[in-house]
Design a protein around this ligand. Structure first.
Ligand code: SF4
Length: 499
């Protein structure tokens, strides 16, 4: 039987059914854009790690996918006799296969050995990383590697990129030698149990649940859900955290329908979602919504940002995974009801931050409420810009003083059964303003697509024609976001727009 790779053992640790499907029906897997993005982040961080751990470029990078596993295994054994860094060292022992991100030759107490480092694109060490390292360590030990230490290197999210391709300090190491060496027997049990699962003729029966998104989003979720009876009005639509009593009730009684959840186990908002869903009719406390917004007089600004983040920063003065705004749209509604829009979008490839901050200040004027949807996001970006550009800090922070969040107003006073437990603007809009449809937009239709489009526009191989098309799509998408807010505000306040 073929050796089980570390990723297969990790799949087994997440869910035995996932392992079985990955081996017997890989064609059923459909990874989300978020999963693809995390693979891409892993590759970017891996590339930088090789530069950091081998600044003189003396190491050897193996590529078992291209050269074949048997060749990579044999080359690893040869390289282990040398004294140069090895990347993707390929090791097999006791029915398991592992690729080591980084192997560095060291001397401990006069003896040659190897320091093994697993590189992760996350910003901390998670429990499943520890399992990952335990498997690496087990295979390396059993393959006869003289391990002198095992560490996990992850991104230091507080590090600031100084520019000039200088990435020293991006990664922070945590030594896991003791733990990794002490848990070898667990790995033996995982291998035996995983083999048992794989020998079955059918996939183990496991209901979709929390394990489907923890620690990784499982690409078989669509398939698994399609095999299960679908709840008509699932309890997944309940917003917020489920109380302990409710969780215990769900587990004890196998509850999947909202109608079967006792009211006394729900908080006020959850009770409303349940009641509205079962009744199939709208809840709209328009008077309450209008009262909540009555203190904020026109002229009003309706603001939305689009941002990009890089695990490995590309612009000086920015941190890993920092959300960097590259686009905004502002709709301004005057006292007389005149509506005008301004937009900013930088597709130059240079750090857009300063130009963004200056354009934002110019577009938002000096007084009047600034309506946003989910204010924490925009206000945090404005605070970060203020930190980066101290000379603009005062007027930028003054913008935050004017921010009014429409999301809590929607949460408190509006719910349509079609929202299915969500108050995202895209969930609220269809019932309130059915003429505004994100689905009608060409290309970019959500924030994730905006990020992808931005990266595509920056790529050197993107043609000028395509870049112009992306620009149009991004501008149309962000403008719809802010116009949608104008319409929400109009419905909440009971104001008729003259446009
Ligand atoms: S979707 Fe959930 S139940 Fe299905 S294989 Fe993945 S983790 Fe298991």
């Amino acid at each position: 039987m073929r050796a089980l790779s570390k990723s297969k053992l990790m799949a087994f640790r997440q869910c035995p059914r996932r392992l079985w499907l990955e081996v017997h029906h890989p064609e059923l897997r459909a990874d989300s854009a978020a999963t693809e993005a995390s693979f891409s982040a892993g590759h970017q961080v891996g590339d930088i790690a090789r530069r950091l751990y081998d600044p003189k470029g003396k190491g050897v990078l193996l590529d078992p996918q291209t050269e074949g596993f048997d060749v990579a295994l044999a080359r690893t054994q040869e390289l282990l006799q040398s004294h140069q860094p090895i990347f993707e060292a390929t090791l097999r022992a006791d029915g398991a296969l592992a690729l080591a991100d980084v192997m560095l030759p060291v001397r401990r107490a006069g003896k040659p050995g190897w320091r093994m480092i697993e590189v992760k694109s996350s910003t901390s060490v998670k429990d499943y990383h520890r399992d990952d390292v335990v498997v690496q360590s087990f295979v390396a030990h059993r393959a006869g590697v003289a391990l002198a230490g095992i560490a996990l290197a992850h991104i230091d999210s507080t590090w600031v990129y100084p520019g000039n391709e200088e990435y020293q300090g991006l990664l922070r190491e945590e030594d896991l030698t003791g733990e990794a060496c002490a848990r070898g027997t667990e790995v033996r049990a995982w291998i035996a149990d995983a083999r048992q699962v794989l020998s079955g003729k059918r996939a183990p029966v496991v209901s979709a649940g929390r394990q489907c998104g923890t620690p990784y989003e499982c690409g078989f979720l669509g398939y698994c859900r399609s095999q299960e009876p679908q709840a008509e009005q699932p309890i997944d639509w309940l917003p917020g955290r489920l109380g302990k009593g409710l969780q215990a009730h769900i587990e004890a009684h196998g509850v999947s329908e909202l109608r079967d959840v006792p009211d006394e186990l729900l908080n006020e908002r959850q009770q409303r979602v349940k009641a509205v869903t079962l009744a199939g009719s709208l809840f709209f406390d328009q008077a309450g919504a209008a009262a909540a917004l009555s203190a904020h007089r026109l002229p009003g600004y309706f603001l939305d940002f689009e941002t990009i983040q890089f695990p490995v920063p590309i612009w000086k003065g920015t941190r890993p995974y920092q959300q960097i705004p590259f686009q905004f749209s502002v709709h301004r509604l005057s006292r007389t009801g005149k509506l005008a829009q301004q937009a900013f979008l930088d597709l130059s490839g240079a750090d857009p931050s300063r130009r963004f901050a200056e354009a934002l200040l110019a577009a938002c004027g000096e007084r009047g409420p600034i309506f946003v949807y989910n204010a924490g996001f925009e206000t945090a970006r404005i605070r970060e810009l203020a930190e980066r550009f101290p000379r603009l800090a005062k007027p930028l922070l003054a913008l935050n003083e004017r921010v009014v969040d429409l999301l809590p107003v929607a949460r408190e006073h509006y719910y349509h059964p079609n929202q299915r437990g969500s108050w995202s603007i895209k969930a609220v809009l269809p019932a309130l303003c059915p003429d505004l449809r994100y689905g009608d937009l060409q290309g970019v239709q959500d924030g994730g697509m905006a990020m992808e489009a931005y990266l595509e526009a920056l790529a050197p191989q993107t043609s000028a024609t395509r870049k112009a098309e992306i620009e149009r799509q991004l501008l149309a998408y962000c403008a719809l976001d802010t116009y949608a807010m104008v319409r929400l505000w109009s419905a909440f306040t009971g104001t008729t727009l003259s446009v």
